[in-house]
Structures are given as structure tokens and as C-alpha cells.
Design a protein around this ligand. Structure first.
Ligand code: FAD
Length: 553
């Protein structure tokens, strides 16, 4: 494969720029050979091997903010498009590949210093290359009683994940990784460096304690955008709780999902439970966090002929209710998580049980698991979902992999379609009806009879619908068309994605069209002001610099 040049840049200029980059990073950290640069392809690209696949022209890996500044000054002078990544593990949403072919990847993983962990203030300050594993190991080694909130893959960057507004699994106030940040350092397109919040105040000791500083709070504009290169970020961390308890509430009927969610909302917004509420459907075989690894390895549990006949004829979800009642299998289960002193969390769990028993007929409750911290190695090994206890791992890559259940057709990656919907059971039924029908019509391989939402964050629900990729380009083309179609159908119902794979960011952003796309126009105005040459991540989340917008229209 011949490497592309950045659009509008001739070969001799490009070579000159690469030599200037080498002068900054040293020769070994500016990458221009195919062997090196193609490592920055997106292994989950939906256009893998096709002419539209997003391919970088080169990569450069600085090791300090000063080096990033020097690189950006040169890139700005020569108008070289740069695509900053932290650890570049954004699989399912674009991986390390740029959003525009020919961009130079600005790989920040060598900037991997944990600059501070303050146990008393429960916060930290890190560079982009610090992964969840790095932070976990640091906390363990130094016996610091703080937890991190990590996404399922532990090898990602705390900063990269937060900038794409990723999600985790411990207490609600830490699960939204961008919300849990406090203070940033950002290098702008012209090489200038800024600090946000209290970081702008010389001698301040509260950069990681108070988020907004004074005046407009601009941190948000650096997430899911292309307005700057983030070189440091602070995060609030979770003090290690004395104990962790999980309690399961089982529901008999299909429509019990409505009170399940309504009561859950109240209990969560009043902080009666603080952990991730894991919604499962035992009768449909939807495993939730608790059973997903086991499901991916061994598949659904064997069922009898009556059940298999329902699956074969594509029975509607409500048709499984009588089967569940007859065989005493709950339709829904919600596993609530609590963190804190044992006395407190036992009282909280008791209150959750009382509320459901008083308001929903036929529920049953049982304690699911209980741990005192710190967990022993043996206990950690047995955990179904370690991120709920702040422990990073890579078990999630069993998803779509070759397993005893799936011996012949391991996937070649996948895309995530992730619409946000209201926290309301009726809405969940409606999404399944509308998107389920549309997906079947479009021939999308549906994972489950019913897609159960993820209550990743307070006040909304998130769906994660996986689209599997294959080696077959024709099939991948159909998958891309189906993805685009579902984005449109979801958008027309008011369900917009919280995050999107690079290949579809423009379509997703286009659905946010209120008042003739006035929000997108504001994004473009900001882009033109802070990056007039349009060198940072052109096209990310649909934001193109002026010269490329003009070319397109
Ligand atoms: C099986 C599976 C399970 C997953 N589960 C989860 C999950 O539970 N939760 C979740 O959130 N995600 C999940 N993901 C998605 C993804 O793997 C993670 O979010 C991962 O942490 C993102 O990669 P990263 O941290 O290396 O970020 P990066 O790839 O480094 O960054 C993501 C993007 O942010 C921008 N960016 C990064 N750093 C900078 C910077 N310093 N300055 C400016 N812009 C920057 C770039 O555009 C980059 O492409 C999952 C993926 C898979 C395949």
C-alpha cells in the first residue's frame, strides 16, 4: 500500500516537514515507513482494504508538551493536518486512524507520566499516554486507597477515553469519564498552550478541585471535537469504599420493565443506590454485565423444545412471558450495586427491596454478592465484571471472538451504534420495536430478541447495538448502509447517538439539526477562530475547516 500525502502538500514539502519533526522528536519517533505508519490503520475499519479506508501519511510521537507545541507550530506553518491520539485504542469508534486520509497521527502515548495522585483530595493529574492499567498499577504499588473508573478495555487512555466521552461502571459520579475530569492543559493549533479552570490561575492549588475557574467554562469544546491537543487532564477519583454489595430484584412480567425503571430512577437520583444498575432478562437470555463474558464464551443456556420453537419462529418479546411464568424464570432482573460502609449499604439495599416489594406485584429479592475491601487475589479472579470494582482488564475482547460458542466465524471487529433514549420503560419497548424491525428489514444480524439498554449514566439510557464486520467487502458495504439508515431512523424518533465511529460521525451529527443546524454552524465558527488553517483532526465529529467545507459544497 502506498502511503498517501496530506491533501494539497507536495512530496518535497512533506519530506521537509518530516525532517523538521525528526529534529524535535529525534529520528526514531517520527514514522514515515509503511511498516510503521500502517500500524495506525483502524483494525475495525468498516472500509478495511477499500479505497475509502482512512489512512495516515505518517506519525509522530512527542514526549512532552513543549515538543507538541513545536510540532504544532511547524504543522500550522505548512498546513499539515494532524490527528492527535492518546493510546489510540478507540476500537469500534475509529481506532487510531485519522478522520481524514493523509493526516499525520500525533501519537501521545509516550507522554505517559502520572503527574500527581492526591489521596487526600481524591484526584489525579495525568498525561495522555497514561492507561487505566498504568493508573491501577500505580495505585496498587503505592498502596493508595483510591479507585479508578475504567471502561471495559483497560488498555485505553484515561484522557483519550474521556475526550471521546467514554463510560465506566463504578459510582454514578465517576462513570461519565468526561464529567469526572477536572482541569485540562491544551495546546492550540498555533502551538500556544492554555490551562482551563483553576489551572489558569498562577499558584492555584485547586486545579483538580474546582472545575470551572472564572468566566466561560470551555472544557467541553475540547471533547468530541478538533479544537486543540490535550496534553494534561485532571480527574476526580473514587475513595476505596469499605465494602461493596450487590442485590438482585427479580420481576415476573414483560411490562414490569416500566416500574423497574421508574423506581430505579427515583432511587438513583436520590442516591439510595450509587453503583451501576445492571438490567438483565433471564427469560430472553440477555446477560447484562454480570453474564456477558460467559455468554460470549458458551452462548445462551440450552433450552427446551418449546423455547427453541419460539426462537425459531421469531416470537415477539412479550410471548416469552408465559414461558417464564411456567418455568419460574424471571422476565427481568436488576442487580443494584452499593459502595460504602457495610452498615450504610445494607440499609440502602433494604430500602431498595422495600420500595420494589411495595410497588410491584410478585418481585423477589436476594443478596447477590458482598465484598469487604481490599479484595483478595482469589476474589478478584472470581469477579464477573472487574471494572465494577475499579479493576481494569481485557476480558471484553471475547466479544465477537472465536470461542466454543462461536468456533467458525470470529468477527473482524465491529461498530457500535449507541443512541441515547429517555429513562422510561415504554420508550425502551418503542426503540426495540422501531429499530428491531428496521434492523431485521435491513438484514442486520441482531444479537438478541430484545435489546436491553445500559443505564450507564444517570437520567438517560444508552443502547449499544453491535454491527459485526467481516472480510467480505460487499457484506461490509451493506453493514455501512444499514448503519447509516438506522442512524436516520433513530434520529427521526429523537434518539441521537452519544458517540460515533469516525466513518459515520458526519451522518450522526447531521441528525442534530435544530434550527437549520445552528449548533453545527457554531462549531464551525469556533473551528475557524481557534484553528484557522484547519490542521487539527479535520472532519472529526463532522467539523471540517473552512477550506474543506468550501471544497465540498
Ligand atoms: C469490546 C469493546 C468494549 C468496549 N467497551 C467500552 C466501554 O466499556 N466504555 C467505553 O467508553 N468504551 C468502550 N470501548 C471503546 C474504546 O475501546 C474505549 O473507549 C477506549 O478507551 C478508547 O481508546 P483510547 O482510550 O485509546 O482513546 P484514543 O483512541 O487515544 O482517543 C479517542 C479519540 O479522542 C481524540 N483524542 C484522544 N486523545 C486526544 C488528545 N490528547 N487531544 C485531542 N484529541 C484526542 C482522538 O480523536 C481519538 O481518536 C470498547 C471497545 C471494544 C472493542
Amino acid at each position: 500500500m502506498t502511503l498517501p500525502l496530506p491533501p494539497g502538500i507536495d512530496e518535497s514539502t512533506f519530506k521537509r516537514v518530516m525532517n523538521e519533526f525528526r529534529g524535535i522528536t529525534g529520528p526514531e519517533y517520527t514514522f514515515t515507513t509503511e511498516e510503521d505508519v500502517l500500524l495506525y490503520r483502524d483494525p475495525y475499519s468498516p472500509m478495511w482494504g477499500e479505497k475509502d479506508e482512512l489512512i495516515p501519511s505518517a506519525a509522530v510521537a512527542p514526549d512532552s508538551t513543549e515538543q507538541v507545541q513545536d510540532i504544532m507550530r511547524i504543522a500550522n506553518e505548512y498546513k499539515i493536518p494532524m490527528y492527535p491520539i492518546s493510546t489510540g485504542k478507540n476500537l469500534g469508534y475509529g481506532g487510531p486512524a485519522p478522520t481524514m486520509t493523509g493526516s499525520v497521527v500525533l501519537d501521545l502515548k509516550r507522554m505517559n507520566q502520572i503527574l500527581e495522585v492526591n489521596e487526600k483530595q481524591a484526584c489525579c493529574l495525568v498525561e495522555p499516554g497514561v492507561s487505566y492499567f498504568d493508573m491501577y498499577n500505580y495505585l496498587q504499588k503505592n498502596k493508595i486507597k483510591l479507585w479508578i473508573d475504567c471502561p471495559d478495555p483497560g488498555w485505553g487512555s484515561m484522557i483519550g477515553n474521556a475526550l471521546d466521552r467514554g463510560a465506566g461502571y463504578t459510582m454514578a459520579q465517576f462513570r461519565n469519564h468526561f464529567d469526572a475530569h477536572c482541569g485540562m492543559e491544551v495546546v492550540l493549533a498555533n502551538g500556544e498552550v492554555i490551562r482551563t479552570g483553576m489551572g489558569a490561575l498562577p499558584y492555584s492549588r485547586t486545579w483538580q478541585s474546582y472545575k470551572t475557574g472564572i468566566g466561560p467554562w470551555i472544557d467541553g469544546i475540547f471533547s468530541q471535537s478538533n479544537f486543540g491537543v490535550v496534553t494534561k487532564m485532571g480527574f476526580w477519583m473514587m475513595p476505596e469504599p469499605e465494602a461493596h454489595l450487590k442485590g438482585a430484584v427479580d420481576f415476573k412480567n414483560y411490562r414490569d420493565l416500566i416500574p423497574l425503571i421508574d423506581i430505579m430512577n427515583h432511587l438513583e437520583t436520590t442516591k439510595v443506590f450509587t453503583g451501576y444498575p445492571d438490567i438483565i432478562s433471564p427469560v430472553l437470555g440477555f446477560p447484562g454485565l454480570e453474564g456477558v463474558q460467559e455468554f460470549m464464551v458458551n452462548g445462551p443456556q440450552a433450552k427446551d423444545a418449546e423455547y427453541n420453537a419460539m426462537v425459531a419462529r421469531g416470537a415477539a418479546p412479550e410471548e416469552y412471558e408465559p414461558y417464564g411464568l411456567k418455568h419460574n424464570i424471571p422476565y427481568w432482573r436488576c442487580i443494584f450495586s452499593f459502595y460504602g460502609p457495610e452498615k450504610v449499604i445494607r440499609a440502602q439495599w433494604e430500602h431498595v427491596q422495600e420500595q420494589y416489594q411495595a410497588q410491584v406485584k410478585g418481585v423477589t429479592c436476594k443478596e447477590w454478592e458482598f465484598y469487604r475491601t481490599p479484595l483478595t487475589e482469589e476474589q478478584i479472579k472470581k469477579l464477573h465484571h472487574p471494572p465494577q470494582l475499579g479493576i481494569p482488564n481485557l476480558k471484553t475482547f471475547v466479544f465477537g471472538a472465536r470461542t466454543p460458542w462461536n468456533p467458525d466465524k470470529p468477527s473482524h471487529g465491529h461498530l457500535w451504534l449507541s443512541p441515547i433514549i429517555q429513562r422510561d420503560g415504554e420508550e425502551v419497548f418503542k426503540v426495540n420495536d422501531v429499530l428491531g424491525k428496521a434492523a431485521r428489514k435491513l438484514g442486520v444480524q441482531a444479537g438478541f430478541t430484545f435489546n436491553v439498554p445500559y443505564p450507564a449514566w444517570e437520567r438517560c439510557l444508552m443502547f449499544i447495538i453491535a454491527f459485526y464486520l467481516t472480510e467480505d467487502q460487499e457484506q461490509n458495504k451493506k453493514t455501512r448502509e444499514a448503519f447509516r439508515e438506522l442512524v436516520k431512523i433513530a434520529g427521526k424518533h429523537g434518539w441521537g447517538e452519544y458517540r460515533a465511529p469516525s466513518a459515520f460521525q458526519e451522518e450522526v451529527v447531521n441528525m442534530y439539526s435544530y434550527n437549520n443546524h445552528s449548533l453545527q454552524q457554531l462549531h464551525e465558527t469556533i473551528k475557524d477562530a481557534v484553528d484557522p488553517n484547519g490542521i487539527i483532526s479535520p472532519g472529526r465529529y463532522g467539523i471540517w475547516p473552512k477550506h474543506l467545507r468550501e471544497k465540498k459544497s
